[in-house]
Ligand binder design. Sequence first.
Ligand SMILES: Nc1ncnc2c1ncn2[C@@H]1O[C@H](COP(=O)(O)OP(=O)(O)OP(=O)(O)O)[C@@H](O)[C@H]1O
Length: 345
Amino acid sequence: MTRLLEVSDLDVVYLGLTDEGNVRACADINFTLERGEILGIAGESASGKSTLLTAVTRLQQAPAVTPKGSVRFYDAGDSEGVDLIAADEKALRRYRWSDISIVMQSAMACLNPVTRLEAQFADALRAHDRSLNRAQIRQRTADLLAMVGIAPQAMGKFAHELSGGMRQRALIALALACDPDLIVMDEPTTAVDVVMQRQILNQILRLQHELGFAVLFVTHDLSLLLEMADRIAIMYGGRIVEIGQARQIADDPQHPYTRGLRNAFPSLTEPRRERHGIPRSPPDLRKLPAGCAFEPRCDESVAACAAVRPELLDIGPCLAACHVRAAERGVAPLPTARPATEVIA
Ligand SMILES: Nc1ncnc2c1ncn2[C@@H]1O[C@H](COP(=O)(O)OP(=O)(O)OP(=O)(O)O)[C@@H](O)[C@H]1O
């Protein structure tokens, strides 16, 4: 395996008018991605998933800032890598499209409404290779559309002339235009019906298999990730609380929150049983508790959980941020509780 991306100690804060108004949407994010790997990121709404993707791709906009951390991207054969967080706009342009491309939730918002598809593909292709002539661009566009099952005639159409599923697939074809090493996907199938969702996901998996790009895939639908990802990171309250192989997350989840998510939907193979949601609501990111953010909803918590924030530790089957699990597995003793309240600065 060769490393493609390394995210270290990354924080993302939406600046408010006052310090109390700051939202630390992502905190202490650490993960790696290997070439050709599919890493899924799951978690409830407002857990910081989309914020993480925009920070990793440096597409975040004010009031979002990244006060600390790095996102190191390793080009083929480059052992040093480049820190995308520190890179200037000019340097970033070199990586966008050709190395890293993005498929967002709403194709309608991402495709240009006033230009035909062909012109949008031409822009992306020329960003990679300025010497391409019109005939080459048309041929490459037709090939890319064919990869996602769209007839070449569609290149003469505007986004509003395509169905929702076609738009989303056209966006995937556009993301593939420069043969990137990494495609970042933010809920790419939420805007389409379940049949189309299945078709698109199968297409992504087939293309990933053929072309070998890595995928960073965000969704709130854990069941979907269990099917397609190699590894899965679970986010809660802006932090990764568990990260492990998809099979382990499916069969042996460790963090009580992951267990809650896992129990919330039925399995195709297990006997039928009653499903339970996770009680109460996610935390307010402007005022997180000093300890574990999941503690108020956790049925396994002990005194230390409310007082001391658990680190993401290697507990054997996976990395997890849970005092109870770490103690259970002999990785770290339960900390001594000390009551405190933290206000995000
Ligand atoms: N522009 C903004 N200004 C202030 N806070 C923001 C802004 N955008 C997002 N947030 C806050 O950041 C937190 C994380 O939001 P984010 O959209 O990253 O979560 P998510 O897990 O992707 O949710 P969803 O699944 O609903 O898209 C939320 O509390 C949200 O309210």
